[in-house]
Design a protein around this ligand. Structure first.
Ligand SMILES: [Zn+2]
Ligand SMILES: [Zn+2]
Length: 255
């Protein structure tokens, strides 16, 4: 059993005519669970709908730092309502993105902090997106610690920084970039991370792993991330897959 802990199957590139093929290839690849992650209110609603319609899909809800400017007075009450729906396992993806800066940084910070507090209130762990912003993310999670756990999706900073987050109880998730030739930092993190604190994801349709780079990503390709981790740790594919899934179960608090 393999759990792709971060995907965006509500993306237009997967709907409608592609969805059946993508699901079938995931099933054949042994991917029996997918967490579909929201990035704003409509995509969070779509995530919850996908989780209702498909047994193998679970939902995370939240507002991505790119979309922080979209937040209105109605956003938080609507997300708090969604948080109560079955199969909603986490609040995310939330965080800071200083690479693209699609929302002003002060707005990103404010919306990130507000959502940590909402997740705490809703009893959910948080899923963090951080790009070129790890120092500020660290300050924020130290001042506003998530009460029900947290994970970094597609962790991309140093092992030095990873140690601080691990000490605070965070999980780190690996995606396609682990398979890239220039992934020196990420490989170092994968080599050193305690085996009870990582899981795997695709971030489909983005971040396609080798050898499929250049194509649209899909959950079946999470096998490449597991295979690379197995190579780095000198363990079997099956061992890494089982550990990643156990860790995801513990993080998402589900059997
Ligand atoms: Zn992200
Ligand atoms: Zn994502």
């Amino acid at each position: 059993m393999i759990w792709d802990t971060h995907a965006h199957l509500d993306d237009p590139r997967f709907q409608k005519k592609y969805f059946a093929g993508v699901s079938e290839r995931a099933r054949l690849a042994g991917v029996t669970r997918i967490t579909n992650v929201g990035f704003n209110l409509p995509s969070s609603q779509r995530s919850v709908q996908l989780a209702q319609d498909h047994e193998f899909i679970y939902a995370a809800i939240g507002v991505h730092p790119h979309n922080a400017v979209e937040v209105t007075a109605d956003t938080w009450p609507a997300l708090l309502q969604l948080a109560k729906k079955p199969k909603v396992l986490a609040w995310g993806e939330i965080g800071l993105d200083y690479y693209r800066n699609l929302s002003p940084r002060p707005t990103q910070k404010e919306v990130f902090i507000q959502q940590i507090e909402l997740a705490n209130q809703a009893g959910l762990p948080i899923v963090i997106h951080s790009r070129d912003a790890y120092d500020d993310v660290m300050k924020i999670v130290q001042e506003y610690p998530p009460a029900h756990g947290g994970a970094f999706h597609c962790y991309s900073s140093s092992w030095e920084m990873a140690k601080v987050f691990l000490k605070q109880g965070f999980y780190l998730s690996f995606a396609g970039p682990l398979t890239y030739k220039n992934a020196r930092h990420t490989v170092e993190v994968a080599r050193n991370i305690p085996l009870d604190r990582f899981f795997v994801e695709t971030d489909s349709p983005y971040l396609t792993p080798e050898p499929y780079r250049g194509q649209r990503n899909e959950p079946a390709f999470v096998r490449e991330v597991i295979a690379r981790m197995a190579e780095i740790r000198a363990m079997s594919f099956e061992q890494i897959a089982a550990l990643a899934t156990d860790n995801a179960r513990r993080f998402f608090r589900t059997d």
